[in-house]
Design a protein around this ligand. Structure first.
Ligand SMILES: NC(=O)C1=CN([C@@H]2O[C@H](COP(=O)(O)OP(=O)(O)OC[C@H]3O[C@@H](n4cnc5c(N)ncnc54)[C@H](OP(=O)(O)O)[C@@H]3O)[C@@H](O)[C@H]2O)C=CC1
Ligand SMILES: O=C(O)CCC(=O)C(=O)O
Ligand SMILES: [Mg+2]
Length: 415
């Protein structure tokens, strides 16, 4: 039984455990959730009703989630005077799988991202973000139906590690002195050394390999056609360029990939093509030739940009789900791609679709596909019936705009 300082664990239900590399999910699993800041309360309220209805309909009462609210962000700060209490990390560690709403990160100063901290503390090295088209959706592009991509975003390294030194501080002066004496040539390339802030971008072989391995395994298991390594390796040679090289090396060493047409593109014995593209070219090609891309493996910052850009192609970040996963330990925290959209907080207005679909991913991860299928079905039919929240109503001609909670009702009624 986990020990908490502020929280009281549910006495009902049982924890998910892991045996022989597989999750063991009881019929009444305890799942921790963070409501989230801003629009978090609205979208969680709508989503949890959808989750409970799907589980009830799929299993007729023989299975039920025991939800366990844990705190982070403003709610945690206002309650226990901490942004990310140790209890919350303990809960996600002990119960293995959970779900969260968005958490605010101030721009510039202030606290560092709690979302990133959770991913790093729990070593959730894959940010998995599938992007697909729903029938009836109208979007800014002509052929949104050609978009069917799954992003594997590296989630623990890159500039998100937060190794930064602010301009004018003793720390940045110390680093500048170090660089000046040890690496005078690169230091000389800093255009304005007197007023510079510095950031460090760590990208490792180990971090790259575990991400690319997970992406290849997913591609094989889901019979996908290609895996593209997206990078800016022409400019950042030893981080982004190395990501590409290590990815190809892993595909050859562990999966028997063989180069074709003179390389570096290669193919696995089962036909999966491993290729790469430079990130700026990729961002125009997903608009002009989306059918050429399938599974994507990329670094943290590229993955952040790409997930919002691709979401826009199929209807926006209101329906963009995700999961932060460590495939080795089984730990996973599912969450929407979008943030706290503060101007819409407590208006019961925004689209809960991203959290609903993140829950769908969670149930599939737990091995409850019947509940996941009902959620997808309900959401597909609600969109097809043109019963949508404001964001999709802006796009879909002749649609009926409903509130966040009413959209949840619509998903349930179409299950
Ligand atoms: N994982 C997380 O918890 C994340 C947290 N954040 C944090 O969120 C805060 C706000 O970030 P911001 O850059 O404004 O990005 P947001 O994703 O919060 O919002 C940007 C815009 O996206 C649209 N949008 C977002 N969510 C929804 C939804 N559920 N339904 C419909 N439309 C939606 C709205 O568009 P419109 O104005 O057109 O209606 C909104 O104004 C920041 O502190 C940021 O750090 C950001 C991303 C992820
Ligand atoms: O942590 C944040 O505030 C932003 C994170 C983000 O944009 C993302 O993970 O997509
Ligand atoms: Mg983002």
């Amino acid at each position: 039984m986990p020990q908490f300082t502020h929280l009281t664990a549910p006495t009902d239900g049982a924890p998910i455990t892991r045996q022989a590399d597989a999750l063991v999910v009881p019929d009444r699993p305890i799942l921790p959730f963070i409501e989230g800041d801003g629009i978090g309360a609205d979208i969680w309220r709508a989503s949890v009703r959808v989750f409970d209805a799907a589980v009830q309909k799929a299993y007729g009462g023989s299975r039920q989630v025991v939800w366990f609210e844990v705190l982070a962000g403003e709610k945690a700060f206002n309650t226990v005077n901490e942004w990310l209490p140790a209890d919350t990390l303990t809960a996600f560690r002990e119960y293995l799988v959970g779900i969260k709403g968005p958490l605010t990160t101030p721009v510039g100063g202030g606290i560092r991202s709690l979302n990133v901290a959770l991913r790093q503390e729990l070593d959730l090295y894959t940010c998995l973000r599938p992007v697909r088209y729903f029938n009836g959706m109208e979007t800014p592009v002509k052929r949104p139906d050609l978009v069917d991509m799954v992003i594997f975003r590296e989630n623990t390294e890159d500039i998100y590690a937060g190794i930064e030194f602010a301009e004018g501080t003793p720390e940045v002066e110390q680093l500048k002195q170090l660089l000046k004496s040890a690496f005078p040539k690169p230091y000389g390339k800093i255009r304005f050394p007197d007023s510079v802030g510095l950031g460090i971008k760590p990208v490792s072989r180990e971090g790259t390999e575990r991400l690319v391995r997970a992406a290849i395994e997913y591609s094989i298991a889901n019979k996908r056609k290609s895996l593209t390594l997206v990078h800016k390796g022409n400019i950042m040679k030893f981080t982004e360029g190395a990501f590409r090289d290590w990815g190809y090396e892993l595909a050859k060493r562990e999966f028997g990939a063989v180069e074709f047409d003179g390389g570096p593109w290669c193919k696995l014995p089962g036909g999966l093509v491993i290729k790469d593209v430079i990130a700026d070219a990729f961002l125009q090609q997903i608009l002009t030739r989306p059918s050429e891309y399938d599974v994507i493996a990329t670094l943290n910052l590229n993955g952040d940009y790409i997930s919002d850009a691709l979401a826009a192609q199929v209807g926006g970040i209101g329906i963009a789900p995700g999961g932060n996963i460590n495939y080795a330990t089984g730990h996973a925290v599912f969450e929407a791609t979008h943030g706290t959209a503060p101007k819409y907080a407590n208006l019961d207005k925004v689209n809960p679709g991203s959290v609903i679909l993140s829950g769908e991913m969670m149930f599939r991860f737990l091995g409850w596909p019947e509940a996941a299928d009902l959620i997808i079905h309900g959401l597909e039919k609600a969109i097809d019936a043109k019963t949508v929240t404001y964001d999709l109503a802006r796009l879909i001609k002749g649609s009926t705009e409903v509130s966040c909670s009413k959209f949840g009702d619509a998903v349930i009624s179409h299950m």
